[in-house]
Design a protein around this ligand. Structure first.
Ligand SMILES: *[C@@H]1O[C@H](CO)[C@@H](O)[C@H](O)[C@H]1NC(C)=O
Ligand SMILES: *[C@@H]1O[C@H](CO)[C@@H](O)[C@H](O)[C@H]1NC(C)=O
Ligand SMILES: [Cu+2]
Length: 329
C-alpha cells in the first residue's frame, strides 16, 4: 500500500511538473524590426541596471550591470572552448533579461516580450553603418580615434569597473570597429554551422566565425574574450548566437535539445583572452560532471545573479525553466 501510494504520488507530481511547461513563450525580436519606442524601452532598462548598486559582493563590481559582466570575467576559461559554451551563455542572457524585467520594469511593450537580438548577417562587412549603433535609438557608435571611448549614444558616460580582461580599473566603454573583420558574421558562416550534423561540430562552428565576427568586428571591450559583457552590445550579439544555436537544435529537437558533449576543461591560453591571473585558478572540471566531459548535470554558475541551473535545464528554450521563442526578422 505504501509503495502504491508512493508511485501514485510520483505520478501526480510529474503531472504537476509537466503542467508547468512553457505554453506562452516570450518573444525575442530582432533589433532592426523594433519601433523607436521599443528600442528606447530596452536601452532605458539597461541604463537602469547600470545605475543600480551591486548587491552580490563580486570582485570589483560596482553596479548590477557589472555583476553580469562578473559572471563572464570570473569564468572565461571554463565557459569558452568547452561543451558548456552555448548553454552557459544562454543562461547568462536569461539571467540578464530577468534582471531587466524584475529589477528595471522592462516589459518590452508586451507582457512576456523579452530580449532583443542583433541580426548581424544584415550588417556583416559594414558594422560601422549598422542602425544598431545609432546615437539616439541605438547603442552609440565607434570609439573616438584618440581615446577609444564611445563618444555618443546612451552609454557614452558609463564607467566600466571591470576589465580590460581580468583587470579592475575604471574606464569608458571602448570600441574599435573593423568592417572587414565584421564579415565573419555573414550568412554563409551561419549556414555552414546550421548544416553541421552533430553538437561536436556545430558548437565549435558557432563559437568560431559568427561568434568572433561580432566580438572582433566591434573591437575594444567587445573584442576582449574575458570582459566583453562590459559593452551592452554583448547581449544583442550573444542573443543572436543563441538564436543560431536554437535554429540548429530545432532542426532535430527531439535529439538536439537533449544531448550535450565536449570537454569541460578550457585551454591554458586562447587568442583574444588575456592570461588568467593566479588568483583565478585553472578549473579542473565542473560541478555536476563526473569527469572531464560535459554532461547534462553540469552546473552553470551564475554567482547569485540567478539560480544556478544545469545544462539539462536550459537545452530546450521552451522547457521546464526557459520559455521563449525567436521571432524571425
Ligand atoms: C555625457 O556627458 C557629457 C558631458 O558631461 C554630456 O554632455 C552628455 O549629455 C552625457 N551623455 C549622456 C548620454 O548622458
Ligand atoms: C552555484 O554553483 C557554484 C559552482 O558549483 C557553487 O559554488 C555555488 O555555491 C552555487 N550557488 C548557489 C546559489 O547554489
Ligand atoms: Cu563569452
Amino acid at each position: 500500500m505504501a509503495l502504491f501510494l508512493g508511485v501514485f504520488h510520483l505520478l501526480v507530481l510529474s503531472l504537476a511538473v509537466s503542467a508547468q511547461q512553457c505554453t506562452s513563450p516570450g518573444q525575442r525580436k530582432a533589433w532592426h524590426k523594433l519601433t523607436n519606442a521599443e528600442k528606447t524601452a530596452y536601452i532605458d532598462a539597461e541604463l537602469c541596471l547600470m545605475k543600480k548598486p551591486a548587491t552580490l559582493g563580486l570582485r570589483g563590481a560596482k553596479t548590477r550591470f557589472d555583476e553580469f559582466q562578473s559572471i563572464h570575467q570570473l569564468q572565461a576559461y571554463s565557459t569558452h572552448f568547452v561543451g558548456s559554451f552555448l548553454p552557459f551563455h544562454r543562461l547568462m542572457l536569461y539571467a540578464h533579461e530577468t534582471a531587466l524585467r524584475n529589477e528595471c520594469g522592462y516589459t518590452g511593450y508586451q507582457p512576456q516580450t523579452l530580449s532583443r537580438y542583433w541580426q548581424e548577417q544584415l550588417d556583416a562587412g559594414r558594422f560601422s553603418r549598422s542602425t544598431i549603433l545609432d546615437p539616439v535609438y541605438g547603442f552609440g557608435g565607434d570609439g573616438a580615434r584618440t581615446t577609444g571611448c564611445i563618444s555618443n549614444g546612451p552609454f557614452a558616460n558609463y564607467t566600466n569597473s571591470l576589465g580590460p580582461g581580468y583587470e579592475i580599473t575604471n574606464h569608458c566603454i571602448n570600441r574599435r570597429i573593423n568592417d572587414a573583420i565584421s564579415g565573419g558574421s555573414a550568412q554563409a558562416y551561419v549556414d555552414a554551422c546550421l548544416a553541421m550534423r552533430d553538437f561536436e561540430t556545430a558548437w565549435p562552428c558557432i563559437e568560431g566565425q559568427p561568434h568572433t565576427g561580432g566580438h572582433a568586428g566591434i573591437g575594444g571591450q567587445m573584442g576582449n574574450g574575458v570582459s566583453s559583457p562590459g559593452d551592452p552590445l554583448f547581449y544583442l550579439h550573444h542573443t543572436w548566437l543563441d538564436k543560431i544555436f536554437w535554429d540548429w537544435q530545432a532542426r532535430d529537437r527531439a535529439t538536439r535539445a537533449k544531448r550535450i558533449a565536449g570537454t569541460n576543461i578550457g585551454p591554458d591560453f586562447a587568442p583574444g583572452f588575456p592570461p588568467r591571473p593566479a588568483s583565478i585558478p585553472k578549473p579542473t572540471g565542473a560541478a555536476g560532471d563526473p569527469g572531464t566531459v560535459t554532461t547534462l548535470n553540469h552546473v552553470l554558475n551564475m554567482y547569485g545573479n540567478s539560480p544556478n541551473k544545469t545544462i539539462g535545464d536550459v537545452l530546450d528554450i521552451q522547457g521546464s525553466y526557459l520559455c521563449y521563442e525567436y521571432v524571425e526578422p
